[in-house]
Write a protein that binds this ligand. Sequence first.
Ligand SMILES: Cc1cc2nc3c(=O)[nH]c(=O)nc-3n(C[C@H](O)[C@H](O)[C@H](O)COP(=O)(O)OP(=O)(O)OC[C@H]3O[C@@H](n4cnc5c(N)ncnc54)[C@H](O)[C@@H]3O)c2cc1C
Length: 278
Amino acid sequence: MYYRPNTLHEAMDTLSRHGGQILSGGTDFFPALGEHPVSTPVVDISGVGELRGISIEADHIRIGGLTTWTEVLRSPLPRCFDGLQSAAREVGSIQIQNRGTVAGNLCNASPAADGVPPLLVLNASVELVSHQGTRNLALSDFILGNRKTARRPDELLSAVIVPREVDDGRSVFLKLGSRRYLVISIVMVAAVVQVDGSGRVAQARVGVGSCSAVARRLAELERALAGAWAVRGISERVLPEHLANLTPIDDVRATAEYRRDAAWTLVKRALEQCVEAP
Ligand SMILES: Cc1cc2nc3c(=O)[nH]c(=O)nc-3n(C[C@H](O)[C@H](O)[C@H](O)COP(=O)(O)OP(=O)(O)OC[C@H]3O[C@@H](n4cnc5c(N)ncnc54)[C@H](O)[C@@H]3O)c2cc1C
């Protein structure tokens, strides 16, 4: 059965009564079917107006559950979102960015999902709604593994919430693929650096994707960077042990060794770009 609810209430009702798979932009959903026809009910949420748009509130920014990558990259957002906007520009092609949503990227939970590292370094959380109520989960608690999330079958991701903690932080997203365009990431790195009045790092956050089942923050490195002068050469503080929690695999796109090496280079590069003027 195919359902196309027009309101959030209707969508939750449909999910609780019939279950089934949520369909949003369909850019992961349809390729995942391969040769097989759809075998479960489908709840197409693309008509649910309440899930559209980005709103800027006093203490957080709300990215509605139907927000596409194109909307992310075209919206005026604080500087710390530069990394997320760069990621938006690198998701597939323009056609994919026009259809694909941030929520779909997170719910699909691919280790190579480009949206995850930039949202992890923004301390994003997800809002999940169902007939039983609304709950918020830190993004780091939402994605549990390769294609595995904490979403219950009757829940819908209604928004991504980003607290406004580092609005003026400089942020970067770097992606390495086997070619420049329309490519699945071999490694990607997101970083946000906030500098205090004396020119030292007040806060640095670094996330690496495609080097573990779920993208990871480099907490040890973040601690080592706090208080450092935010100037060229900052990347000399990066030590091999700071990347020790990465667990890259060998696959068709790259060897584990290559991934680890590339992650090291991209982390250093991202930090240098974060402290470059202006
Ligand atoms: C040619 C091509 C290139 C691509 N390139 C990239 C790339 O470079 N980087 C990248 O990261 N991804 C890429 N993708 C994957 C995809 O485009 C993105 O992950 C996109 O953001 C998925 O969003 P969607 O709205 O299309 O999700 P859908 O396909 O509609 O859904 C994906 C999954 O999430 C679930 N879902 C969707 N929305 C919700 C919701 N609101 N609540 C609960 N569950 C939900 C669905 O049930 C499904 O399991 C590419 C895909 C294609 C086809």
